[in-house]
Design a binder for this molecule. Structure first.
Ligand SMILES: Nc1nc2c(ncn2[C@@H]2O[C@H](COP(=O)(O)OP(=O)(O)OP(=O)(O)O)[C@@H](O)[C@H]2O)c(=O)[nH]1
Ligand SMILES: [Mg+2]
Length: 395
């Protein structure tokens, strides 16, 4: 079984008009009948995700969508949903089954190019097209792309499609989480408070990913909680090159850390690989411009049931209110829910986004920038509020 977390899978979205065979193509790529297929236009109504391994691409998440030519009121809503998939698409398949009217395809291709989403054009149903080369020529003339010829029905061209996807994806492996902060042979200390918010019996994804990244670099990884930090430091024959901690205990760890050890947090590391960290650091400055009338959006990727002392719902609002006024309004949006109108906010504080792929976090940052709203993340906001942001090492 392949358990790669969804956030680390390459997200491949399948776009096209109704009935061109998008769902059939998803089934052909997965080799399973996972999506409903029918001759009726408008069979797929909501985006459908399917995790799978596509060689030579590795772990992927295929996203089937409703046809982008849907009509009527409900059709409009479906189109909106389909459009939203653009926010998380690392790669796109643009599926066609004819070359008569390609106006919508042209619009979509332009949008995909604007968003810099590598796209593979596909002509499906080649089993029932008489003069396929003429159709390919017409598509090239209209869209300046040469489509991959496939038949989802008899599985022809599916391997070519896999290879085209791998080529379009390029070598975008994503960098090391700790980047230049840790080098091979370093001792790295992880200070991980296991408070009531910590899940029972396991570590959270950013911690697991960090340990894996450090092991790949042949570092010595030592872990402890805040209470045993001093004792653990004493046990080492030299100070750790780097200490990584939970941003909530930044200040405590900073006080106790050896001078020569760098300090950073899991959420700062996540921001380094997930988003544009410079924008998030700049965004933290907007905290100082908040007034008692300000409105702040807390945006969280997880939809877990909120617990007491929740970092986004309680701790950060409390820290901000204490400094800038009790009447500051905080709106909480969780999961895929992210408001269209961001201008009503003076600041967005986003979680580390370990559950999102990089593309989705970058889309959210881009939307905030387009609307001129400052955006930062939990870890960077906390470090700023504690006055130690300049002491935190940025990957
Ligand atoms: N001949 C032929 N028919 C195909 C092929 N692929 C799909 N079809 C048929 O085309 C019809 C639509 O297929 P779907 O996979 O449901 O198309 P879709 O694009 O997902 O359609 P919506 O969900 O309605 O947007 C079905 O009747 C399929 O059997 C193919 O390669 N050849
Ligand atoms: Mg479908």
């Amino acid at each position: 079984m392949n358990n790669a977390p969804q956030s680390l899978r390459r997200h491949i979205a399948i776009f096209g008009r109704r009935n061109v065979g998008k769902s059939s193509l998803l089934n052909a790529l997965t080799g399973q009948q996972v999506a409903i297929v029918s001759p009726e236009a408008g069979t797929t109504t909501d985006p459908v995700n399917r995790a799978m391994e596509i060689l030579p691409l590795g772990p992927c998440l295929l996203i089937d969508t409703a046809g982008f030519d849907d009509e009527g009121n409900i059709g409009e809503l479906r189109n909106e949903r389909t459009h939203r998939v653009l926010d998380q698409a690392d790669l796109a398949l643009l599926v066609m089954d004819q070359a008569q009217d390609l106006s919508l395809e042209k619009e979509w291709l332009n949008e995909l190019r604007r968003l810099e989403i590598p796209t593979v054009a596909v002509i499906n149903k080649t089993d029932s097209i008489c003069d396929i080369e003429s159709v390919v020529g017409q598509i090239y003339n209209a869209l300046s792309v040469t489509p991959i010829k496939v038949s989802a029905k008899n599985h022809s061209g599916i391997n070519d499609l896999r290879e085209a996807l791998a080529q379009a994806a390029g070598n975008d492996e994503g960098g090391s989480l700790t980047a230049g902060l840790a080098k091979p042979g370093d001792i790295v200390m992880l200070v991980m408070p296991q408070d009531p918010q910590a899940p029972k019996g396991r570590l959270i994804l950013p911690q697991v990913q960090t340990i894996r990244d450090l092991l790949d670099k042949h570092c010595t990884v030592v872990s402890c909680d805040v209470d045993s930090l001093e004792k653990s430091l004493d046990a080492l024959h030299e100070p750790p090159a780097l200490i990584i901690t939970d941003s909530q205990v930044f200040a405590q760890v900073y006080e106790k850390k050896p001078e020569q050890s760098l300090l950073t947090s899991f959420s700062v590391l996540m921001a380094g690989t997930k988003g544009n960290i410079d924008v998030l650091i700049e965004g933290a400055k907007a905290i100082d411009r908040l007034t008692p009338q300000s409105r702040v959006l807390i945006s969280e990727a997880c939809t877990h049931a909120p617990m007491s002392e929740d970092i986004g719902r309680e701790k950060i609002p409390r820290m901000i209110r204490k400094k800038f006024g009790n009447s500051i309004t905080f709106d909480i949006h969780a999961g895929k829910d992210y408001p269209d109108d961001l201008q009503q906010y003076d600041l967005i504080v986003h979680c580390g986004a370990c559950m999102f792929n990089r593309r989705l976090m970058l889309s959210r940052i881009r939307r905030a920038q387009e609307q001129g709203v400052a955006i930062t993340n939990y870890g960077i906001a906390i470090a700023h509020l504690q006055g130690i942001l300049d002491k935190v090492s940025i990957p």
